[in-house]
Design a binder for this molecule. Structure first.
Ligand SMILES: NC(=O)c1ccc[n+]([C@@H]2O[C@H](COP(=O)([O-])OP(=O)(O)OC[C@H]3O[C@@H](n4cnc5c(N)ncnc54)[C@H](O)[C@@H]3O)[C@@H](O)[C@H]2O)c1
Length: 443
């Protein structure tokens, strides 16, 4: 009988190695943190990414300092995985064009792991999936490609990742980690191993399915709550009352939830609900609240673009001749991640009105934006004077732009009441906006 109870000890004493499969927003910080305590192999199929890590460059700019001193063995050679006794998988789980879960990258990674699996290894998946995927999709692929029996020759677990890109406070080590394993032996060992690096401790879920569900539901819950606030924002807009003020007022109550309206993009909240919807569909369960929430959140970019367009029409602008600036293209503030950014939907909607906006972003990498969307970012200091400014993403860098400076970013000849500001995330103080006489709107 293979003993899986010594893996933690053997990792700490450096007799065995831990491997990360997938070194992106999630995998890299995990590898960096574990490498402070154990020997880590960092495997990714993207040669460019691995080369940049070798050079101490993290595309997210968050871990450059750490990379310079890390001992991680970065590689694109899958056979290096044979040296690992504990494998953590953090590959993407996106949705397809039709919003159905796309598990191909997870399946490919499982195949690679199976082809390079050593007897006595525990494999833990961190990628967000719907309950059942780890045991009914990943596990059989690994068994098939390794010719090794799960539960006897190797074991499997699941530990969802809860990090928040761009957030320097809630990091891999400071967020309680949900852990689970296929049986008590693997679950206990997985928990011990995560406890090496996660200072906030671990929560042992009773099954892999439960751990998978925790992650999916905590994100879907946020999606639904934001959708409700978006619905409220639309009603408030008709009522001509300020949603931000309503949220501020509500937040004075002890049990306020604190959600704000906004565009929901990115690789987590904007995607995970689709995984839950797929599960509900497979189980033939009602998921109408979730579905409507998704539809509401997906509608927001168009809604905001339409508001901007109507404001411009109202002051009799020839929209073909105007300059619209958009501040921010990332999916949220203070991070460089542009995947599934809803600002793209906003831009595309404006284009249907023959408006070609000029885009700037304080955090995004220009090359990535050009490659992903064919959009050329303009540095903030080079922006042309505007008729309309849409602050789509509230990067901290924009908070230092005073009202005086903001007003100077509009065309000189415009009176203040023809300077249109769409302050999606209420970056500016409402009283200051009112005093300025600017034509403004906020969600
Ligand atoms: N980004 C987040 O904020 C976040 C938070 C929590 C959970 N998650 C989940 O974590 C998972 C990973 O997300 P991410 O944001 O780190 O993705 P990412 O795109 O930033 O990184 C994934 C990495 O995996 C690599 N990869 C793809 N296929 C591979 C394979 N077969 N073998 C080895 N490497 C492979 C890619 O080259 C890439 O470097 C997803 O399931 C996501 O839903 C993400």
């Amino acid at each position: 009988m293979i003993n899986f109870q010594n893996i933690c000890e053997e990792l700490i004493t450096k007799k065995e190695k831990l491997a990360l499969v997938g070194l992106g927003y999630v995998g890299l910080p995990i590898a960096v943190e574990f490498a402070k305590y154990v020997q880590v192999i960092g495997f990714d199929i993207d040669q460019k990414r691995v080369d940049s890590y070798h050079d101490g460059i993290d595309v997210t700019q968050e871990l450059c300092e750490e990379l310079k001193k890390t001992t991680i063995e970065f590689t694109t050679d899958p056979s290096k995985l044979k040296e690992a006794k504990f494998i953590i998988v953090a590959v993407p789980t996106p949705v397809k064009e039709n919003n159905e879960p796309d598990l191909t990258l997870l399946e490919d990674a499982s195949k690679i792991i199976g082809e390079n699996l050593s007897i006595g290894t525990i494999v833990v998946f961190e990628s967000t999936v719907y309950p059942g995927v780890t045991e009914t999709i990943c596990m059989p692929i690994i068994e098939q490609t390794s010719h090794l029996k799960c539960g006897i020759d190797w074991k499997i677990g699941y530990s969802p990742e809860r990090i928040n890109p761009g957030d320097r406070i809630h990091t891999f080590s400071s967020i309680c980690k949900i852990v689970s394993g296929m049986d008590i032996e693997s679950a206990t060992e997985i928990q011990k191993i995560y406890n090496i690096a996660v200072k906030a401790g671990t929560f042992l879920a009773s099954s892999i399915k439960t751990a998978e569900a925790i992650k999916l539901i905590e994100n879907s819950q946020r999606d639904v709550n934001i959708a409700f606030m978006n619905e409220i924002a639309k009603i408030c807009n008709q009522l001509n009352v300020d949603t931000s003020e309503i949220v501020e007022g509500m937040n004075t109550k002890w049990n306020a939830l604190g959600f704000q309206p906004g565009m929901v993009g990115g690789h987590c909240i904007g995607v995970d609900s689709y995984y839950l919807l797929e599960l509900a569909k497979n189980l033939k369960c009602d998921s109408s609240i979730l579905l409507q929430s998704r539809q509401m959140n997906e509608s927001m970019a168009t809604y905001i673009a339409d508001i901007a367009f109507r404001k411009l029409l109202k002051i009799k602008k020839d929209v073909k001749k105007i300059t619209v600036l958009i501040w921010g293209i990332t999916f949220k503030e203070n991070c460089s991640d542009i995947r599934n950014s809803k600002v793209i939907d906003l831009i595309n909607r404006l284009k249907t009105y023959h408006i070609e906006p000029v885009i700037t972003d304080a955090c995004a990498n220009s090359k990535d934006v050009q490659e992903a969307y064919g959009i050329k970012l303009v540095p903030f200091d080079d922006l042309p004077l505007a008729d309309c400014i849409i602050i789509a993403v509230a990067h901290s860098a924009y908070k230092s732009i005073t009202m005086e400076k903001l007003l100077k970013m509009f065309k000189d000849e415009l009176p203040n009441n023809e300077k249109v500001l769409i302050d999606v995330k209420s970056l500016y103080n409402k009283d200051e906006l009112c005093t300025s006489g600017i034509c403004f709107w906020r969600l």
